[in-house]
Design a protein around this ligand. Structure first.
Ligand SMILES: C[S@@+](CC[C@H](N)C(=O)[O-])C[C@H]1O[C@@H](n2cnc3c(N)ncnc32)[C@H](O)[C@@H]1O
Length: 300
C-alpha cells in the first residue's frame, strides 16, 4: 500500500487506539465500542438482510431488525467524523406476499437517533437474473441510503461525472430562445434551468440511479456486491488517504475498492472464513498492484 497517513490518523494509529488497513474478526458492535470517537471519514456497508441468509450467516428476524441495528448505527455515528457520510446498502425483503417495512422504520429510527437522511441512491442491477413470481416482477434494484451528521459534509461531485452522451447532440442542436435564458419552472416548482449552460460540456453530473452490473468475480460469498458500487461512493465522499470503514466486510469488496483508490480501510467481519477470504483477495490485489508498477485499474 503506498497510501500515507494524515496527521490526525497517524496520531490515533501510533497511540494504538486504532488498527487500519486490516480486517478485524468479530462482532461489529463489540469492536466498534473499542474504537475512538470521530476517526472514520466514510462508512459503506451492506448488513445481513433480515433472515434470508440464515444458512450462510446468522440472520436477523424481520420484526427485530431495527432493534438489532440501532445500537450499531449509534456506534457508527460516534466513530464517524462530523463531515463524514454513511451509506447503507439495503433492501427490504418480501415475506408472505408483502414487502416488509423494516427499512422504512429503520430510517425513521435513525433520524430520531440524530442522523440526517440526506439522500437515497438506487443501485439498478443491470444484469440481474430472470425469474417469475406470482405477485411481482424480478427485483432489480437496491437502496443505498445516505446518512450524514451535518447538512454540510464532504462531497466531491466532479469525481463521478459521466459523459454527456447523445442527449447533448440532439437537445443542444435545437436550442430555442427559452433555452438560452434561465427558464423558470412552468409548473411553479421553483426549479429553473438554462439549457445552453451545457453547450460545449463533455461531462455532466450523474443522477441518483447507478446502473451497475451485479458481477462480483464469484469470490466465495453469497452476498457480495460488485467492487464498482463502493468505488463510486468512495470517490464521491472521500479523498486519498482517508479512512473508510465497512463493519460487515464479507469478502472484502470495500477494502479492494479502497486499495485501488489509495484510501485506508478498516473491515469488521463476524465469520472467520469470510475474514480469510477477504484477506486472501486483499493480498492478491496488492500483489498484482505491486507487479504492475502500482497500476491500480485492476479487475477481477
Ligand atoms: C451482506 S454481507 C456483506 C457482503 C460484502 N459487502 C461483500 O461484498 O462481500 C454481510 C456480512 O456481515 C457479516 N456479519 C453479520 N453479522 C455481523 C456482525 N454482527 N458483525 C460483523 N459482521 C457481521 C456476515 O457474516 C456477512 O459476511
Amino acid at each position: 500500500m503506498t497510501t500515507t497517513l494524515n496527521r490526525e490518523l497517524s496520531e490515533v494509529v501510533s497511540s494504538n487506539r486504532l488498527n487500519i488497513d486490516t480486517i478485524i474478526h468479530g462482532d461489529c458492535l463489540t469492536i466498534l465500542k473499542t474504537m475512538p470517537d470521530t476517526c472514520i471519514d466514510f462508512i459503506f456497508t451492506s448488513p445481513p438482510y433480515a433472515d434470508n441468509r440464515k444458512k450462510t450467516y446468522k440472520g436477523i428476524p424481520t420484526n427485530r431488525y431495527v432493534e438489532w441495528f440501532l445500537p450499531i448505527s449509534n456506534e457508527l455515528r460516534r466513530v464517524l467524523k462530523p463531515e463524514g457520510s454513511f451509506v447503507l446498502n439495503i433492501k427490504e425483503r418480501s415475506e408472505g406476499g408483502e414487502r416488509q417495512t423494516y427499512v422504512i422504520e429503520l430510517i425513521l429510527a435513525m433520524k430520531k437517533q440524530g442522523w440526517l437522511w440526506t439522500e437515497e441512491y438506487i443501485w439498478h442491477k443491470k444484469n440481474c437474473y430472470p425469474g417469475k413470481w406470482p405477485n411481482r416482477f424480478r427485483d432489480a434494484w437496491e437502496r443505498c441510503l445516505h446518512f450524514t451528521k451535518k447538512k454540510k459534509f464532504k462531497m466531491f461531485q466532479d469525481t463521478v461525472m459521466v459523459p454527456m452522451g447523445d442527449w447533448a447532440e440532439k437537445r443542444l442542436a435545437r436550442l430555442s430562445e427559452r433555452d438560452k435564458i434561465r427558464d423558470e419552472s412552468r409548473v411553479g416548482s421553483g426549479f429553473g434551468k438554462n439549457v445552453s449552460n451545457w453547450l460545449g460540456k463533455q461531462y455532466v453530473y450523474p443522477t441518483n440511479v447507478l446502473h451497475l452490473g451485479t458481477e462480483c468475480g464469484n469470490r466465495g460469498h453469497s452476498a457480495s456486491f460488485p467492487v464498482t458500487l463502493p468505488t463510486w461512493f468512495i470517490k464521491l465522499f472521500t479523498e486519498e488517504d482517508d479512512l473508510v470503514l465497512d463493519p460487515f466486510m464479507g469478502a472484502g469488496t470495500t477494502a479492494l475498492a479502497c486499495i485501488q483508490l489509495k484510501r485506508h480501510y478498516l473491515g469488521i467481519e463476524m465469520m472467520e472464513k469470510y475474514c480469510d477470504l477477504a484477506q486472501g483477495s486483499i493480498n492478491k490485489w496488492n500483489e498484482r498492484i505491486n507487479n504492475n508498477n502500482n497500476i491500480r485499474q485492476l479487475s477481477f
